[in-house]
Design a protein around this ligand. Structure first.
Ligand code: GDP
Length: 701
């Protein structure tokens, strides 16, 4: 069904020409003479344009939230009515819809294409002659016919050669991708020119009572803008301050809980870690934990040496202790930024913010603000008035009120958006934390948010994710299997080692360090004397590591429960030998099996009966050994004494025939027919070498 552009323009109080310009600005395709657009497209355009001209100031700044919410719902209802009326009008429109530019080549605009496209579709989208495209592909060494698919990268090279700009159509993330918490693929940008600087996202970590909360409060106090606007400070889990015209985002849940629980779900949202160390107490167990967390996540650390107002403050002693953990202050000849502060008195805060900006600059943090948003949930809860609400940190793009979103296994349409000062906002760009309402269920921290075209798509995808989640809980991977699958991809086995005494810990560390393997590395991300704590479990969960407990146990039954919930395996030992043997056994399971290739026979090509795109029918005679059905084949040409391995191509035996009958193998001296699949380049006189591939499990010494 389609909607008349003229009707839509009238509703939006625009001229047809103005509307057409806006449609193109919004990135939709439209033929110059188009008179209608798809209903779906019309709906989206209507939403975009009817929203954008309303003022940013909303009564929510002053009034009661519940009242505002009702107002928004009423507005939404009105819009639904308009939409259904529009649909009725569109129903009477019998004209053929025109939504794509099919024949006109517009080199000033980027043509949107998917991750893979056939030559024919590419020709249609770009308006280029298909033969020209095939010719151009040939120049690049690619033989393709009109129905063959080319990937985006090939299409991009081709387009560049032909003077056309293309951009990738962003597809909705797969359910698995959304669930994994890994946003790297989602935020990837093909065109570096679209990237703009974004504020750094900072987390504050350190030992209990060293002043994390006080520091976060002191930093917040510097936000003149918030104070002037008279906003009521709302703790939404994150806030932003401005310094030298630049913004910095702070996650304001102190401690590593926020950091680890998000990391445990794979979310990577923080750019910089502030390590708070009290100048009078120095490095403490949780300081070391925090250092290891940040290091494991690859996040740069800035040290804030706090409580400098205290007479007992001894920053030099702190620096000495930090040096033992590989954090060397700049004035100690290292490169870790350390700033002396007093969170209580507000001293040194400016210098700390300057250092954050400097570090951020070096990290070159960038994203594309002009795209649909991807975000990560920092906190979520059920609000009495608003229902499920979540604080989302926008990773890339701009999140807008009325956007349809998928978050974890829930979905919704954003009805309300608040910044950290409780001010209602309509849009939120990269690195901005906002509280959103309009979801159907409360999501979890670490869940990914993705904007999609319609609420229907959001619902379907969320349901799909829900189903997968259910299945996963039913046949949940065992903890060790989870560690193994992680290590298989990263080739690092991460361990957290806890022991009852310093002596045994040292002995274990040395024995583990002696286990050597070329493929899998062992990394002890955290070691310590004492019980297995909540933090150890969260660290193991975040890094998909294993906990080794030597002559020690869980700190409390609660910690054991956390380990169970987070699916973290804690291996307990009382004998070092057993511990080491067990680690070796785990590693042996992780080693890729050795692939052994053995030549089982050679045949000479006597005749070629048929050549197709990826297939040939060949007549051959077995010279040595035997040929087996489904065996891999190497095509060898021009074999000489010196050049034994002149391999020109590869393939496989799809079927093997002796006279007419299909056979499993053919022995030396016999003739056979081979249906060959692979590089269709076999010539009479070539030698086909049949190879059998077997795998041998390796163990570690
Ligand atoms: P957290 O557990 O790391 O969040 O620590 P808090 O921020 O709650 O601070 C713990 C205690 O240290 C509180 O009593 C603070 O008032 C005090 N404190 C924090 N920063 C400073 C400081 O710079 N100087 C002094 N003298 N006390 C501080």
């Amino acid at each position: 069904m389609s909607t008349k552009i003229a009707d839509l323009a009238e509703k939006l109080d625009l001229s047809t020409k103005q509307l057409k310009e806006k449609i193109l600005e919004l990135g939709f395709e439209l033929a110059p003479k188009a008179r209608t657009v798809d209903d779906d497209v019309a709906e989206l355009i209507f939403e975009e344009l009817s929203d954008s001209d309303s003022s940013d100031e909303s009564p929510a700044d002053k009034g009661d939230i519940a009242e505002i919410y009702d107002e928004i719902i009423a507005e939404e209802r009105e819009r639904e009515i308009v939409k259904s009326q529009r649909k009725k009008t569109a129903g009477r429109d019998t004209k053929k819809k025109v939504t794509h530019v099919d024949t006109v080549v517009d080199t000033s605009k980027a043509v949107a294409i998917p991750a893979a496209i056939t030559v024919k579709e590419f020709a249609e989208k770009t308006g280029l002659n298909a033969a020209k495209i095939i010719g151009e592909l040939m120049k690049n060494g690619i033989l393709a016919n009109i129905n063959q698919q080319i990937d985006f990268d090939t299409a991009q090279v081709l387009a560049e050669d032909l003077g056309i700009k293309v951009k990738r159509i962003r597809e909705i993330a797969g359910a698995e991708e959304l669930m994994s918490g890994d946003i790297s693929n989602l935020v990837k940008e093909d065109d570096a020119l679209l990237l703009e600087e974004r504020p750094p996202v900072v987390v504050v970590m350190g030992h209990v009572d060293h002043g994390k909360t006080q520091l976060l409060d002191a930093i917040r106090e510097t936000d003149v803008v918030a104070k002037e606007s008279g906003g009521i400070t709302q703790h939404i889990g994150a806030y932003q301050v401005e310094k030298k015209g630049k913004l910095i985002t702070f996650l304001d849940t102190p401690g590593h809980e926020a950091f680890t629980s998000m990391r445990a779900r794979g979310a990577k949202v923080t750019d910089i870690a502030i390590l708070v160390v009290a100048a009078d107490e120095g490095v403490k167990p949780q300081t070391i934990e925090a250092i290891n967390h940040a290091k494991d996540a690859g996040v740069p650390i800035i040290v804030a040496i706090n409580k400098m107002d205290k007479p007992e403050a001894n920053p030099e002693k702190v620096k000495g202790e930090l040096a033992e953990h590989d954090l060397q202050a700049e004035d100690w000849g290292g490169n870790t930024v350390m700033v002396n502060v007093s969170a209580l008195k507000g001293d040194g805060i400016d210098a700390l913010l300057d250092m954050i900006l400097l570090t951020a600059e070096m990290e070159e943090l960038k994203s594309n603000p002009n795209r649909e948003a991807i975000g990560t949930v920092i906190e979520a809860h059920l609000d009495q008035n608003l229902g499920p609400v979540a604080t989302v940190l926008v990773n890339t793009g701009t999140l807008k009120v009325m956007n349809s979103v998928i978050i974890g296994n829930t979905y919704g349409r954003i009805k309300l958006m608040h910044d950290h000062n409780g001010k209602s906002v309509k849009t939120a760009g990269p690195s901005t934390p906002v509280l959103i309402a309009g979801l159907n269920v409360t999501p979890k921290s670490g869940d990914i948010l993705q904007v999609v075209k319609s609420e229907k798509i959001a619902r379907e995808r969320a349901e799909e994710i829900g189903l997968i989640n259910k299945k996963e809980t039913m046949d949940q991977l065992s903890a060790t299997n989870q560690v193994i699958s992680q290590v298989k991809s990263e080739k690092i086995l991460k361990l957290i080692v806890k022991a009852d005494a310093k002596g045994s810990l040292e002995a274990i560390k040395q024995s583990i360090a002696r286990i050597k393997d070329e493929e899998v590395a062992i990394k002890m991300i955290h070691t310590g004397v004492g019980t297995v704590t909540e933090s150890d479990v969260m660290m193991a969960s975040a890094s998909k590591g294993l906990i080794i407990a030597f002559h020690t146990d869980f700190d409390s039954p609660n910690v054991a429960k956390t380990a169970e919930r987070e699916n973290v395996e804690v291996k307990k030992y009382t004998v070092i030998y057993d511990l080491i043997e067990n680690i070796k056994a785990i590693l042996s399971g992780l080693l890729e099996p050795e692939v052994i290739e053995s030549v089982i026979g050679r045949a000479e090509v006597k005749q070629i009966f048929l050549t197709k795109k990826k297939e040939m029918i060949i007549g051959a005679r077995v010279l040595t050994g035997k040929l087996k059905d489904k065996a891999k084949l190497r095509i060898i040409r021009g074999v000489t004494e010196e050049d034994q391995d002149n391999i020109v191509g590869n393939g496989e035996i799809d079927t093997l025939r002796k006279v007419e009958a299909k056979v499993k193998e053919i022995n030396e001296g016999n003739e056979c027919g081979i249906k060959f699949v692979g590089d269709p380049i076999v010539e009479v006189g070539d030698i086909l070498e049949a190879v059998e591939i077997s795998e041998k499990i390796r163990t570690i010494a």
